[in-house]
Design a protein around this ligand. Structure first.
Ligand SMILES: Nc1ncnc2c1ncn2[C@@H]1O[C@H](COP(=O)(O)OP(=O)(O)O)[C@@H](O)[C@H]1O
Ligand SMILES: [Mg+2]
Ligand SMILES: [Zn+2]
Length: 587
């Protein structure tokens, strides 16, 4: 079977033949129909989504002997010339190789002359973001006073690198990724008309690997035919695609869902031994969790997932191990980790710790709720804004917090200067119903340094609470100091921490019960507040800050951990290495 590659053979020749990109196609066709074609277009979007194809169809539409027409004939001389890439009035320039000022000058020179044989001169500049600075300026001048009967079509895979001065002069169209479904249908058509035998699940593998690029999908099918001939079996395809064995993905999801952190290390070891690229594995793992989420959420996941019945059965079985909400949390956390893995200089360690974290996720999740609760308590009553719960931060990671609470909304009347005492005023909505606990106590310092026995007892109280209500334990662990007396457990919250008091008061009974169980005598809870925040542990300010963080507290309690040292983490964009890595990983 000798042939022209599929991408060329199946390049659409009319707008109607284009797959996806409905809104782009419709807008362009309408513009032609109503004679409102502008002088400069910018097509952006990932490779292989139809930018060049659309540019050429537009060129034909404008210059067709029967046109301008939204449906070029493809038989007139002009259409044929453009189709065969030999029209002298349609210039296709590759921005990557003609990117200098001289090239653009030459182009401008050529534009002085009217189109030779056609209605329009059409300049298509591909990868326009690669044009150099001075050349861009020259290009801009051309755009400011565009020669009559000239239409520019710029295409780019990196819209953000096109200078705004150019963007603002163009009509911009964003080309979307082609959906998996559309890719599969297209590949199915190609296979049928070329006598290729290939299973739907193999086509789904190709579509998945193509990541929304129809051209990539076509090229992969080319490769598969070159490798296997007209009968392509799934194993050949897996070899070509280097796909991760589903067994590994299931081993990983089971470890996470069954909270078997211990098996993660062997699993990652196996991946490395097997010569797998960890990032490829990770990508597939994200996809796997997305499939699990779908399976857990949908009644008929088979409508959206392309797998055979056996694979689907297995997926559905696995998806019963957690709720849709949980899968969503896992998925968000995985997505959040993707960039980190890409930039990490120790991908193995990064991957291991991330997966282990996911294994403990169920225990860690209430933390996010907790922090949100605290945030809400601090902000006062009223609905938390949209996105307060979702947002970027995945559960298990403490959202960034301000150290100083901004004034609670109850106190934010203009010109209101909160006196120190008033800070303890509770917004009505969050005021505890039960008043058995003194809601306001006089500021009073409690002698620091409880005995080792008292410390142990307090730790056991926290531990006991942990089992009953983990979020509460984490809040109580924010104490500034405490004292266990004969009849009372006194806990002091100082400075910024006073806002925790409201949350704790609500569960005073529970704390009293646990404290009484631990100590074997009836204790009442006395909550005290202090204005100043004395440094109780004598650590460095960084360590102090870290020890106060509820996330850290939570880890310390859960894993009986200690903070040994504190190293500031840089944001990825601050890292020089990030930029370099990014370049390298681009294809
Ligand atoms: N939206 C699409 N509809 C139909 N075929 C497409 C589409 N996008 C890409 N293709 C296929 O991929 C090939 C390359 O597409 P092209 O327009 O050059 O992509 P781009 O310029 O966006 O990188 C085409 O020849 C065609 O076979
Ligand atoms: Mg192109
Ligand atoms: Zn024509």
């Amino acid at each position: 079977m000798s042939y022209e590659i599929f991408a060329r053979r199946y390049r659409p020749q009319t707008f109607e033949e284009m797959i996806g990109q409905r809104s782009v196609v419709q807008t362009l066709q309408n513009a032609i129909r109503t004679n409102r074609v502008t002088q400069a277009y910018l097509f952006s979007g990932m490779r292989g989504t139809g930018k060049t194809t659309a540019a050429r169809i537009l060129a034909k539409a404008l210059n067709c002997a029967n046109g301008p027409t939204p449906t070029p004939c493809n038989t007139c001389e002009s259409c044929l010339e453009i189709r065969e890439d030999r029209s002298i009035d349609v210039l296709e320039i590759d921005g990557a190789s003609n990117r200098g000022i001289d090239d653009i000058r030459a182009l401008r020179e050529g534009l002085k002359y009217k189109p030779i044989r056609s209605r329009y001169k059409i300049i298509i500049i591909d990868e326009v973001h690669q044009v150099t600075g001075p050349a861009f300026n020259a290009l801009l001048k051309t755009l400011e006073e565009p020669p009559e009967n000239t239409v520019f079509i710029f295409a780019t895979t990196e819209f953000n690198k096109v200078p705004p001065t150019i963007v603002s002069r163009c009509q911009h169209f964003e080309f979307k990724k082609i959906s998996q479904k559309e890719i599969i249908n297209h590949l199915m058509d190609i296979s049928k008309s070329n006598g290729i035998t290939i299973s739907p699940s193999a086509l789904a593998l190709i579509a998945h690997a193509a990541e929304g690029s129809l051209r990539d999908a076509q090229s992969l099918l080319d490769q598969a035919v070159a490798f296997s001939g007209e009968v392509i079996n799934d194993d050949d395809l897996k070899e070509i695609l280097g796909t991760i064995n589903p067994e590994l993905l299931y081993a990983c999801s089971s470890a996470i869902l069954e909270e078997k952190a211990g098996s993660i290390f062997a699993l990652v070891d196996g991946l490395i031994e097997g010569g797998h690229e960890l990032r490829v594995f990770y990508k597939d793992l994200v996809e796997h969790f997305r499939n699990l989420l779908l399976a857990a959420s949908l009644e008929k996941p088979q409508d959206l997932l392309f797998m055979n019945a056996e694979e689907m059965g297995r997926l559905v079985e696995e998806s019963k191990k957690a709720s849709p909400e949980e899968f969503l949390r896992y998925l968000l956390a995985l997505q959040q980790g993707e960039a980190g893995l890409r930039y990490s200089s120790h991908p193995r360690i990064y991957l291991e710790s991330l997966l282990v974290k996911l294994c403990h996720f169920r225990k860690l999740v209430p933390l996010a709720d907790l922090v949100r609760e605290l945030e809400d308590a601090r902000k006062g009553p009223g609905p938390s804004g949209p996105g307060a719960a979702g947002g970027q931060a995945p559960p298990g990671t403490a959202p960034e917090r301000q150290v100083k609470p901004s004034s609670p909304s109850a106190l934010t009347q203009p010109g209101f200067q909160a006196p120190p005492k008033a800070y303890n005023e509770t917004p009505a909505a969050s005021r505890p119903r039960s008043d058995s606990i003194p809601s306001k106590t006089q500021s009073k310092a409690v002698p620091a340094g409880p005995s080792p026995e008292a410390k142990a007892a307090f730790a056991r109280i926290l531990e006991g609470l942990q089992k009953e209500k983990a979020a509460l334990a984490a809040v109580l662990a924010q104490y500034s100091s405490f004292k266990i007396g004969e009849e009372a457990l006194e806990v002091v919250f100082a400075g910024d921490k006073k806002f925790y008091l409201d949350t704790i008061k609500r569960d005073a009974r529970l704390i009293e019960r646990v404290a009484s169980e631990v100590t074997g005598r009836k204790l009442v809870l006395r909550l005290l507040e202090r204005e100043d925040e004395a440094a109780p542990r004598g650590d460095s300010p960084e360590k102090e800050a870290v020890l106060k963080d509820p996330a850290v507290q939570y880890f310390m309690n859960t894993f009986k951990a200690q903070v040994l040292s504190v190293d500031p983490v840089k944001k990825p964009q601050d890292r020089e290495v990030a930029g370099r890595d990014r370049k390298r990983s681009e294809r």
